[in-house]
Design a protein around this ligand. Structure first.
Ligand code: ZN
Length: 282
């Protein structure tokens, strides 16, 4: 089973996770920019983070045989913090980098006017850079948030089929599908979507334009949830080609829109800026 995790925050994970993911079949991933769990206090803090997503993290991933790409953005939560919003002006410098395959994650957290502004501005940036956008739909008041998201996408210059609506569930999938966007399901332990519910949605709506991710981060999450969904699909009567479409070909097609996806992995020769996973030494 070959797996592409289209949404995972490896910065928060260990080398044990990389090893286990490789063993489970993960060969590629996209790490979207997000909130670190506590507030950043200046645009400079974002730039150091973006640089890590472009340098150190792909370096770590390559040692475990996994192709690492990222999505760059001001995340929905910090779009509300006036100390952070100026980072929007610096994003164009990052959106031209080779391993940036999307703008993301953008979207709504608390559905505020500041989030409206940041979402619209970043959909425009995606269109300007011929990149797709990864859009986080809110965990609270989901259907209202989804409708508001689709309205902003429709008003934007970005085509709906260049947008991935993520964190969908049974209450939002039908309207998300009608919008013409790609459909993302984040599978978590205990809360939100689990693998059985995801398979039930796939039974109802099919496998076309559907992506499944672990969204693993610093919170309670599991980087092997993609594999678990693949196994649950097979147990429910889907065939290996269906699993390959959802776990590999669909994410390759979506993130391939900008023409920057490179799925071959070259193990790093030497350290990254003087450091390695052995903490400095070779
Ligand atoms: Zn995320």
């Amino acid at each position: 089973m070959r797996i592409f995790d289209p949404h995972i925050h490896m910065t928060s994970r260990t080398t044990d996770d990389y090893e286990a993911m490789y063993a489970a079949g993960v060969r590629a991933l996209v790490e979207p920019s997000f909130w670190l769990g506590q507030p950043r206090t200046s645009p400079a803090a974002f730039l150091d983070y973006f640089d890590a997503l472009l340098g150190w993290e792909p370096h770590r991933a390559a040692q475990y045989g996994i192709a690492h790409h990222c999505a760059i953005a001001l995340n929905p939560k910090e779009a509300n913090d006036p100390r952070c919003v100026p980072v929007l002006d610096v994003l164009p410098r990052y959106l031209v980098k080779d391993s940036v395959v999307a703008v993301g994650e953008i979207g709504y957290d608390s559905q505020t006017p500041a989030e409206d502004t940041a979402l619209a501005a970043q959909l425009q940036l995606a269109a300007d850079h011929a990149l797709p956008a990864l859009v986080h739909t809110p965990h609270r008041d989901k259907l209202t948030g989804l409708r508001r998201t689709i309205d902003v996408v429709r008003e934007s210059a970005l085509r709906p089929d260049h947008v991935l609506l993520d964190h969908l569930n049974e209450t939002t999938v039908a309207e998300a599908r009608e919008s013409g966007c790609w459909l993302g399901f984040s599978v978590y332990p205990d809360t939100k979507m689990d693998e059985e519910r995801t398979v039930a949605v796939l039974k109802t709506y099919g496998t076309e334009k559907v992506l499944v991710n672990s969204a693993a981060d610093w919170g309670r999450s599991d980087p092997l949830k993609t594999r678990r969904v693949g196994e649950a699909m097979l147990a429910a009567g889907f065939d290996e080609d269906d699993v390959d479409q959802v776990l590999w070909r669909n994410p390759v097609a979506f993130y391939g829109i900008g023409g920057r996806l490179r799925l071959d992995v070259t193990p790093p020769q030497g350290p990254h800026e003087g450091n390695s996973v052995l903490r400095g030494g070779e």
